[in-house]
Write a protein that binds this ligand. Structure first.
Ligand code: HEM
Length: 501
């Protein structure tokens, strides 16, 4: 009898789930948006969640298949949760720029009970706008120039560590470059001289790297339940060890700077100016009438974000650049020629010299075209939006994906997209409106773009100026994409052979 009852209850539950799921998975149809054929349990993302494909390939396939049907957008489901993928360059641009007011959020979990989540990337609406206004003056070119010495110190350390490795052993490029960017961010944002280049084992790295591990359960919870509900029941998005460690490190630096009166040319100093004066004291904000103060909690969240947003993105970009340079010796030689010539002209490696390196700029742009680290750029619809010239709607609360990688690998905009060709970005080859959005676009465009580009360029200059680089014979290109990570990276380590120039 008990078994029969259990079976009956189970049967009823299954029927209810079936009806509910069918209804949920008609969401896009009800809103006039074409959709794929979702599986009743997994929606359209089984290949992704089971690790059979990478984020990059998943969205690339959707883009090209949908574009081939002449459609500009398509609805998909993560199990029962709807998401729309935009497959038209003009509509992507519109969503990020002209119609930004409908898509002001990245749609990510944040709550005041989770101090490290309350940063610019996650905030939305007015809270985001105000924070962005406060932080923007920290990322101008004059601030990059102010911090340039830090980049030089860390680049010299990078050179000396790679140089010590010698000619005979292959170097693990990604590992060196991650240590390089960790050291730069720790130095400029946390006020710490870590030197992980020489001493790789450090809790700063070990704890931080946990934040890049896939968090499927967290992702599901954060998508299903409201932020307020999760925050109020004590949900913690990040491991408590991470929260405690970074909060403590940042508080200690703030304390030290405030009590000792020591000043340095770094982000912490700029944030302290915002904390105490509500503006940055660089003689450029004299007319700033409204003061925008930054609290200790805000400083902690933003400093943590700089680490998250700054170290992996730039080290991966450098790794991809070196991979291409190793495979394209002509481009590498041309780049080395420019680097040496401009440095000689300026009598050393100065900020101005880096800015003057035009070919280097093209190499970095082409790297970010072929290998945008955030292969899809997320938005959340924050106000019901009728897609122009259609009867389709994107409803408030739904996720939107801008498939950056697919746009940048689309032969319509970039002929022979697999070929690494920095000349695409030369003045004579003007790219008429071809989408180039590795830093996003519109008001939410990456605030650290200058910083990220500068550290990427400094790493490349340091290595290319001093070494000729080749792929180690253990490498078998094309290298595969890592399926487990959201950010674009290779599955295997990039091993390079180096020769002193
Ligand atoms: C090559 C390096 C980098 C790449 C490729 C990159 C890429 C991106 C992308 C694609 C976005 C989302 C933009 C959008 O939604 O439209 C973003 C946002 C952001 N990035 Fe970067 N980034 C890099 C370096 C950095 C660095 C070094 C920092 C800080 C020191 C940083 C801080 C941020 C912040 C704070 C946001 C959020 C901006 C907002 O929502 O208002 N990024 N980045």
């Amino acid at each position: 009898m008990a078994i029969l009852t259990t079976l009956l209850i189970l049967g009823v539950l299954i029927v209810f789930y079936y009806i509910f799921a069918k209804w949920k998975q008609q969401f896009w149809k009800r809103n006039g948006v074409p959709q794929l054929k979702p599986n009743i349990l997994f929606g359209d993302t089984l290949l992704l969640t089971s690790g059979k494909t990478s984020v990059k390939d998943f969205y690339k396939d959707i883009y090209f298949n949908n574009k081939a049907k002449g459609q500009k957008f398509v609805g998909i489901y993560h199990a029962l949760l709807p998401e729309i993928v935009i497959t038209d360059a003009a509509l992507c641009k519109r969503i990020m720029k002209q119609d930004f007011e409908y898509f002001t959020s990245h749609g990510l979990f944040h709550h005041k009970t989770n101090i490290l989540t309350m940063h610019l990337f996650n905030l939305e609406g007015e809270e985001w706008k105000l924070r962005r206004t406060k932080l923007t003056p920290m990322f101008t070119s004059s601030k990059m120039k102010m911090m340039f010495d830090a980049f030089v110190i860390k680049s010299e350390q990078l050179f000396s560590v790679v140089n010590k490795c010698g000619i005979n052993e292959a170097i693990n490029a990604k590992d060196f470059l991650r240590r390089f960017t960790t050291d730069i961010i720790a130095y400029t944002a946390f006020g710490l001289d870590l030197d992980t280049l020489n001493k790789p084992q450090h809790e700063f790295r070990e704890i931080g790297e946990e934040s890049f591990k896939p968090r499927l359960l967290n992702f599901a919870l954060e998508k299903i339940f409201s932020r307020n509900f999760l925050g109020n029941i004590g949900y913690q998005a990040l491991p408590s060890r991470m929260v405690q460690y970074y909060s403590k490190v940042i508080k200690e630096t703030l304390n030290y700077r405030e009590t000792s009166g020591i000043e340095r040319k770094d982000f912490i100093q700029l944030m302290l100016q915002l904390k105490h004066h509500g503006k940055i004291d660089d003689g450029m904000n004299e007319n700033q009438k409204i003061q925008h103060f930054l609290s200790d909690k805000e400083i902690i969240a933003e400093t943590f974000l700089m680490y998250l947003a700054g170290f992996e993105t730039s080290s991966s970009t450098m790794t991809f650049a070196l991979y291409e340079l190793a495979m394209n010796q002509e481009i590498q030689n041309k780049l080395r020629g420019e680097v040496k010539e401009v440095i000689a002209k300026h009598g050393g490696l100065t900020y101005e010299a880096v800015i003057e390196m035009e070919y280097l700029d093209r190499v970095v742009k082409e790297t970010l075209r072929k290998y945008p680290i955030l292969t899809v750029i997320p938005r959340e619809c924050t106000r019901d939006y009728k897609i122009p010239n259609t009867n389709a709607f994107i409803r408030k609360g739904t996720s939107v994906q801008i498939p950056c990688i697919a746009l940048q690998m689309d032969p319509e905009f970039y002929p022979n997209p697999e070929i690494f060709d920095p000349e695409r970005f030369s003045n004579k080859n003007k790219l008429n409106d071809a989408p180039w959005i590795p830093f996003g676009d519109g008001p939410r465009q990456c605030i650290g773009m200058r910083f990220g580009t500068l550290q990427t360029k400094m790493g490349i200059i340091t290595l290319i100026k001093n070494f000729r680089i080749f792929l180690d014979k253990s490498m078998n290109p094309p290298l595969q994409t890592c399926k487990a990570l959201i950010l674009y990276s290779f599955e295997e380590d990039l091993k390079l052979k180096i020769e002193k120039v």
